[in-house]
Design a protein around this ligand. Structure first.
Ligand SMILES: *Cc1c(COP(=O)(O)O)cnc(C)c1O
Length: 387
């Protein structure tokens, strides 16, 4: 079945394969021809609970029949309930909700600059990491450390300094009185699943404190159980000033958030917000996802499945798989000398959706409900495709 005419009506922004998805259940997706795919991309590390889980369908149905949208200028019950529930489990007192990860990061950038305008003589520069990714708005593209972004849409938002990841000296060298924040991912997702070293993070947190620099952790890809903890920062021994959440927080529903402490509750009316902030349907969804992933054993399962997948990949060195890395179900590996995008395309042919996040790098980001059987099935398809 080709849908070329319809495809041509969509403004081009990315190359998509010539298949059309139309149904999902759990770990499985189906296209319009009825072909089934085992989904190890999960909407790009998004569908925490899998495709169309009953608990989420019921939640959306119930809320849609009750109140879809009130007004960003009014409180609604779901907004209050989710914010309170998050504060209870997250260790942060305050939540600002929005719809996309980029928007959450915009909020964090603005919050840091606002704080500096009050407390640090208008310092505005933010140190970010090479190969980091923070979104596709103008400011978040400016913050992003991807070389291919550099020449795009000039002039970009000024004030971002890109330094090498896992290099504390580089942060120290870039530090100046006009720096207000450091922003980074603890596991660079788009950049190839690169994990921050524990010592680096400890030193970074101490350096930021010493120098009155806010530490912003972009948890858009790592939040809500992806790494086997509620947040990735819990794998380390520090507390960020601000974290941003996206992707998995809505399990497929467009939802994102900035979380912080009371100290940074500093926006004046009109400085930040949006039409869809705290809208009831999204709030009910986020609350539902939070309830599910904080149920006893859920995060242990993520850890267990992640360890299993890493062990299985590590055991495939004779297939050319190397540098298996990641936490929970955010896992990457290299295939030196092989063409990862070509392998991912072959997997899709064979009914497995897998992401190549670099020319020689594969990324595994299945729904957090993945079972051993799903992992075994995915790996047997991958084995065939590598051969
Ligand atoms: C996906 C992602 C973003 C951007 O989120 P959008 O919802 O696409 O705007 C930002 N930061 C990280 C780490 C991401 O993985």
């Amino acid at each position: 079945m080709t849908r070329q005419d319809d495809q041509n009506k969509i403004l081009f922004t990315t190359k998509r394969p010539d298949i059309v998805m139309s149904k999902g259940v759990g770990m499985q997706l189906w296209d319009e021809t009825g072909k089934q795919y085992l989904d190890f991309i999960a909407g790009w590390a998004v569908n925490t609970l899998g495709h169309c889980p009953k608990v989420l369908v019921d939640c959306i149905t119930k809320q849609a029949q009750t109140l879809i949208n009130a007004s960003p200028a009014l409180y609604n019950d779901q907004h209050l309930n989710f914010a309170s529930a998050l504060a209870k489990v997250s260790g942060f007192d305050k939540a600002l909700f929005c719809s996309t990860g980029a928007e959450a990061n915009e909020s964090a950038i603005k919050c840091a600059r606002k704080w500096a305008s009050l407390h640090k003589k208008g310092a505005y520069k933010i140190i970010t990491m090479q190969h980091g990714f923070h979104g596709r708005t103008l400011a978040t593209m400016s913050a992003t450390g991807k070389d291919i972004f550099k020449p795009m849409f000039e002039p970009k938002v000024p004030g971002f300094i890109h330094v090498p990841f896992n290099d504390i000296q580089a942060v120290k060298d870039a530090t100046a009185p006009d720096v207000c924040a450091v922003m980074l991912e603890l596991i660079q997702g788009e950049g190839g699943v690169n994990c921050a070293e524990p010592d680096y993070v400890t030193e970074l947190a101490a350096w930021c404190k010493e120098n009155k620099i806010l530490l912003i952790i972009d948890e858009v890809q790592t939040c809500f159980g992806r790494t086997g903890r509620l947040f990735a920062y819990e794998h380390y021994t520090f507390k960020p000033d601000i974290i941003t959440c996206g992707k998995g927080i809505g399990s497929g529903y467009p939802l994102a958030a900035m979380l912080t402490t009371a100290e940074y509750d500093i926006f004046e009316p009109g400085e930040q917000g949006g039409t869809y902030t705290g809208q009831p349907l999204g709030m009910a969804v986020g609350h539902c996802v939070l309830r599910e992933i904080t149920k006893g054993g859920f995060l242990d399962h993520v850890q267990e499945m992640g360890d299993y997948l890493q062990a299985q990949l590590t055991a495939r060195s004779e297939k050319g798989i190397q540098n298996v890395r990641g936490k929970g179900l955010l896992i990457g590996c290299d295939l030196p000398g092989k063409d990862a995008p070509k392998i991912a395309a072959a997997c899709m042919d064979q009914g497995l959706l897998l992401n190549a996040c670099g020319p020689e790098t594969l990324r595994f980001i299945p729904a957090l409900i993945a079972q051993k059987d799903d992992i075994d099935n995915a790996l047997s398809i991958l084995d065939r495709c590598i051969d």
